[in-house]
Design a protein around this ligand. Structure first.
Ligand code: COA
Length: 301
C-alpha cells in the first residue's frame, strides 16, 4: 500500500492540469495524485479505451477527470485537446508532458524512421503541447518576471546522462526534452512567469516503460541487469510532481529532479571501507616522506 501524501489535500485546489500519457503508468498516477490534492485533471492519450478505463479509475477515487484522445505529435490534436480542456474546465494551469515512446533496439538495427518516431513523440511532442498550451499558461500578463504563470512539467529519464544499451533513440529524445525544459524555463519564465521543470525517474515498478525495458522474454530479473538496482514506485514520481507543480515549488524553474534513489550515481565499490581504514593513512604518510634521490629521479622520468 502506498504511503500517505505528506502534502495537504488542498495544495492543488482550484488548479486544472493536463497530463499527456495520462492513461497509464506514471502519467495516470500523477493524474490521480493531482486529483487527490484538489486539481481537476484532463488526461490525453492515443487510445480511447485506455483513456476511458483511466477516467473511470480516477472517478472511482473521487477525482474530477476527462479523457481526451489525441497524438502529441500532431499540432491539430495538441490545439484541440488544450482548447477542450479550457472549454470544459475554464482554464489550464499545469501541463505535464508524460507521453513517451520506447522500445529496445540495437543502434545498427534501428531505422532512421524508428529513431525519428521516438524523437517525435518525446521531444517534438513536448514542444508541440507546450506551444499549444502557452496562451493559457501565461498568467499575470505578459512581461511579468515573477513566477506566477502556469507550470510545465516534463518527464525525462537519467539514461541520457551517460549512455544506455539499445536506447540510442530514447537517449537522444530525452536529452532534447531536458534541453526544452531549460530553454522554456529561461524564455517563458522570464517573459510570462511560467515555471518549466522536469522529473527524471529511475526504474519504476508496474509501468509500461518497465515492462518494455525488461521484457519477460529475456528471462532476466532486475538484479541480473544491475546489482545496484533500486526500483521506485509510481507514487514517488507523483509526489515529486505535486511538489514541483504546487506552490511548494514556486521558486523552482528549470530544474530537473532526479527521482531514482540515487541509482544513476551507483557504481561498484572497488575496495572495502575496512581496507581504506587500514592503509589510507599509511599511503598518505608515505607520500609525505622525503624521497630518495633515485626514487625522485625515477618519478620525474
Ligand atoms: N524495434 C525496432 N524498430 C521499431 C520497433 C522495435 N521494437 N518498434 C517500432 N519500430 C520502428 C518501426 O519499424 C518504424 O520504422 P520503419 O518505418 O523504418 O519500419 C518506426 O519505428 C515507427 O513504428 P510505428 O509502429 O509506425 O510507430 P507508432 O507511432 O505506431 O508507435 C512506438 C510508436 C513504436 C514508439 C510504440 O512503441 C508506442 O506507441 N509507444 C508508446 C508507449 C510506450 O512506448 N510507452 C513506454 C514509455 S517509457
Amino acid at each position: 500500500m502506498e504511503p500517505n501524501s505528506v502534502f495537504s489535500n488542498t495544495v492543488l485546489e482550484g488548479r486544472v492540469a493536463l497530463i499527456t500519457g495520462g492513461g497509464s503508468g506514471i502519467g495516470l498516477e500523477i493524474a490521480s495524485q493531482f486529483g487527490k490534492h484538489g486539481a481537476k485533471v484532463a488526461i490525453m492519450g492515443r487510445r480511447q479505451q485506455v483513456l476511458d478505463a483511466a477516467v473511470s479509475y480516477l472517478e472511482s477515487h473521487g477525482v474530477e477527470a476527462i479523457g481526451l484522445q489525441g497524438d502529441v505529435r500532431k499540432k491539430d490534436d495538441a490545439s484541440r485537446v488544450v482548447n477542450t480542456v479550457v472549454e470544459q474546465f475554464g482554464k489550464l494551469d499545469i501541463l505535464v508532458n508524460g507521453a513517451a515512446g520506447n522500445f529496445l533496439v540495437a543502434a545498427e538495427d534501428l531505422s532512421p524512421n524508428g529513431f525519428k518516431t521516438v524523437l517525435d513523440i518525446d521531444a517534438l511532442g513536448t514542444f508541440t503541447m507546450s506551444h499549444a498550451a502557452l496562451q493559457y499558461l501565461k498568467k499575470g500578463g505578459q512581461g511579468k518576471s515573477s513566477l506566477e504563470g502556469g507550470v510545465i512539467l516534463n518527464i525525462s529519464t537519467t539514461l541520457q546522462y551517460s549512455a544506455e544499451w539499445y536506447q540510442i533513440h530514447v537517449s537522444a529524445a530525452k536529452a532534447a526534452v531536458d534541453s526544452i525544459t531549460r530553454n522554456l524555463a529561461l524564455e517563458w519564465g522570464t517573459d510570462y512567469g511560467i515555471r518549466t521543470n522536469g522529473i527524471a525517474p529511475g526504474p519504476i515498478a508496474d509501468t509500461p516503460g518497465r515492462s518494455k525495458l525488461l521484457p519477460e522474454e529475456s528471462g532476466l530479473s532486475e538484479k541480473d541487469v544491475t546489482p545496484f538496482v533500486k526500483i521506485g514506485e509510481k507514487w514517488d514520481i507523483a509526489m515529486a510532481a505535486v511538489y514541483l507543480t504546487s506552490d511548494a515549488g514556486k521558486f523552482i524553474n528549470g530544474a530537473i529532479l532526479v527521482v531514482d534513489g540515487g541509482q544513476w550515481l551507483s557504481k561498484p565499490r572497488w575496495i572495502s571501507k575496512e581496507q581504506i581504514r587500514e592503509f589510507g593513512r599509511i599511503v598518505e604518510k608515505r607520500s609525505r616522506e622525503p624521497q630518495s634521490p633515485s626514487t625522485a629521479m625515477k618519478s620525474k622520468l
